[in-house]
Structures are given as structure tokens and as C-alpha cells.
Design a protein around this ligand. Structure first.
Ligand code: XMP
Ligand code: MG
Length: 192
């Protein structure tokens, strides 16, 4: 018969320690969130605001799963501090290309960790006078509860570990992995 290699089952990717959310789970969740958004915004048009770069995969898949008419804009923000944690001091790297005044805005986020970035972003966007302002985040970590941000659509609550895949990066890598998982210590050390 076939021999099973030592060290357990083969890895989905040599740098991935553990898959937390699979490709199928992500696809099912996007479909479920899209159905909720469609129902909530029936008869209206949504301006999706994607937060670069992590939200590109969510944006691409969510926008195509929606039935209500949408337009999209992107914003890039950077929080001062280390690459793996957020300080709450936010700088706009790329602003929206047009006004959002009077529009139904849905912010599309990859992950909410401390919630500081999002809390700043919501204050900033609210000051521009949208008709409504809601948030969809595919992932949320437990710390997000400490900052009071009202996130209407949450995909998955995940543990506090640093994760990559489906848009999420470590040193700009791993964004194209179809699942979300943790990195091996070796992979972290290699790009540290
Ligand atoms: P805060 O703490 O302000 O941070 O909610 C949110 C932003 O931090 C990034 N982030 C991550 N990026 N894996 C990543 O690749 C992670 O586990 C992770 N946690 C937070 C991300 O840019 C998010 O928008
Ligand atoms: Mg990042």
C-alpha cells in the first residue's frame, strides 16, 4: 500500500502552519453575506468602499455575488506603528476619487483587529455626509470588541493569531492563498 509520510498530512502550502478558514468556507460566507446585503439594500444602489490592499479579494468576490447595483471606490490607509499591530494613528495614502455625499456607503474590510483603523476611517467617512454608512468585514479578532465599532456584517470571528491569505499579507506575500491560515515560525523568521 501507499506509505504515509512522516510528520502528518501534507501541508496546503509549505509556509502555512494551520488553515483557520478554508476556501469553501469563505465562498459560502461571501454568498451568505451578499444575500443579507441584497435584502437590506433592496431597491437602492451601494457604493462599496474597499480598503486597500487587504480587502481586494473580498471586494472582488462580494461585488460579484451581489444583485443590487453597486459602484466601487478604494481607499488606502496606513496606521503608524509596526507591521503586525495598529496604533490608531492613521494616514490616508490614497483617498476616494469622488464625493460620497448622499450615498449609501458600505465599507469593505478584510480584517478588524483592534478596530482602531476602522474607527478612525468611519469618523472620517461620516464627516463627508453619506446617506448611510455601514461596514462589512470578513474577519474579526476578539480585541475588536475593546473599541466600540459598529460592524453590521461580520464573516468570521477568529482567534488573535496573525493570519495570511485571501488578501491578507505578511511582508506583502501570501495574499493570493485561497484560504486563511497561520504561518510557520520558519516562514515568519525568513521575512522578519
Ligand atoms: P486594527 O488593529 O486597526 O487593524 O483593527 C486592522 C488592520 O491591520 C491589519 N491586520 C492584519 N493583517 N493579518 C494581516 O495580514 C492579520 O492577522 C492582521 N490583523 C490586522 C489589516 O491591514 C487590517 O486592516
Ligand atoms: Mg497588511
Amino acid at each position: 500500500g501507499t506509505s504515509i509520510p512522516a510528520g502528518g498530512p501534507p501541508r496546503a502550502h509549505p509556509d502555512i502552519d494551520e488553515i483557520l478558514v478554508s476556501r469553501d468556507e469563505i465562498a459560502a460566507k461571501i454568498a451568505e453575506l451578499a444575500a443579507r446585503v441584497d435584502a437590506d439594500y433592496a431597491g437602492r444602489e451601494i457604493l462599496l468602499v474597499g480598503v486597500l490592499k487587504g480587502a481586494v479579494m473580498v471586494m472582488a468576490d462580494l461585488s460579484r455575488a451581489l444583485s443590487v447595483p453597486i459602484t466601487m471606490e478604494f481607499m488606502a490607509v496606513s496606521s503608524y506603528g509596526s507591521t503586525t499591530s495598529s496604533s490608531g494613528v492613521v494616514r490616508i495614502l490614497k483617498d476616494l476619487d469622488r464625493s460620497i455625499e448622499g450615498q449609501d456607503v458600505l465599507v469593505v474590510e478584510d480584517i478588524i483587529d483592534s478596530g482602531l483603523t476602522l474607527s478612525w476611517l468611519l469618523r472620517n467617512l461620516r464627516s463627508r455626509g453619506p446617506a448611510s454608512l455601514e461596514v462589512l468585514a470578513l474577519f474579526r479578532k476578539p480585541e475588536a470588541i475593546t473599541v466600540d465599532v459598529d460592524v453590521r456584517y461580520v464573516g468570521f470571528d477568529i482567534p488573535s493569531a496573525f493570519v495570511v491569505g485571501y488578501g491578507l499579507d505578511y511582508a506583502e506575500h501570501y495574499r493570493t492563498l485561497p484560504f486563511v491560515g497561520t504561518l510557520t515560525p520558519e516562514a515568519i523568521a525568513r521575512r522578519a
